[in-house]
Design a protein around this ligand. Sequence first.
Ligand SMILES: C[S@@+](CC[C@H](N)C(=O)[O-])C[C@H]1O[C@@H](n2cnc3c(N)ncnc32)[C@H](O)[C@@H]1O
Length: 271
Amino acid sequence: MTNKTVYSKFANIWRQTRYSARPSKSELEIINQIVKKIKPRTIAVLGATPEFRDLGLRHSSDVVALDINPKMIREMSQLMRHKEKGKKVICDWTNIKLPDQSVDLVLSEQSLNIIPTKEWSKVLSEVRRILKPAGIFIAKIQIYQPDGRILNLDHLVSKLETGQIGISDFSSFLKYLPESTAYNRKNYVLSLKKHASLKDKLYQEGKISSKNSKIYERVFGSIFRHGLDLYVMPKDLTNKELKEFFTIQGEKYGQDFISCKFTPIYILRKK
Ligand SMILES: C[S@@+](CC[C@H](N)C(=O)[O-])C[C@H]1O[C@@H](n2cnc3c(N)ncnc32)[C@H](O)[C@@H]1O
């Protein structure tokens, strides 16, 4: 099962998931301010992210959800606040079914992270094609950046168990620990299944409580266990890919979680 189809397995539990599977409040506010300023007539979303579609509709933009999975579009539409759901186009981001220069703004919630890195250029080229000449691409992208992360297992576990960090930050830091085999530093693949196995091991060894293990299961369990892989490159390589197609106008960071600082929101202008 590939990343294009695996979402069907957990589309129905999306309401339970949290950051980092969903955008945080402060990240949404960053995007809200940009949308308020540029007043886009048309917004395309790479995926069916309910928060992004609501945001665009609130600003009276025409919103188009671009997603390969009709089931995901249906389930995500149910999580929207707006009655009006906007347009939906079923397509692959490597072949977007929209005309050239038809969109003012493209929004992307870690969409590139679910695309194998060798296909990033196809997606970026398609986004550039559909954008109008002064169009903007706002892309939230997970990056691999070991500096500044909590990289000591005992320290991470103690922070979780003493309530200093929640399950979202715990999960975000766990994958890069030396004890974790989830992230392959050579091909940039992050296996969420392996990530969940490490959590199981910590629970079996009595390092994390049953309460925290259950929260992890409820929030991330179904997503992680179905074999979704992410593609997370170091910052310099991520920037290099983006710069082939876009000018980086800025980077913003949410503040709700410590791990927000490893997930830049890139503001990109069409080259
Ligand atoms: C945007 S991503 C990441 C999830 C995100 N955090 C959110 O809030 O929507 C998830 C969506 O991408 C879709 N998807 C995955 N690969 C795709 C591709 N190659 N082309 C189009 N849609 C794709 C999936 O069907 C899923 O609905």
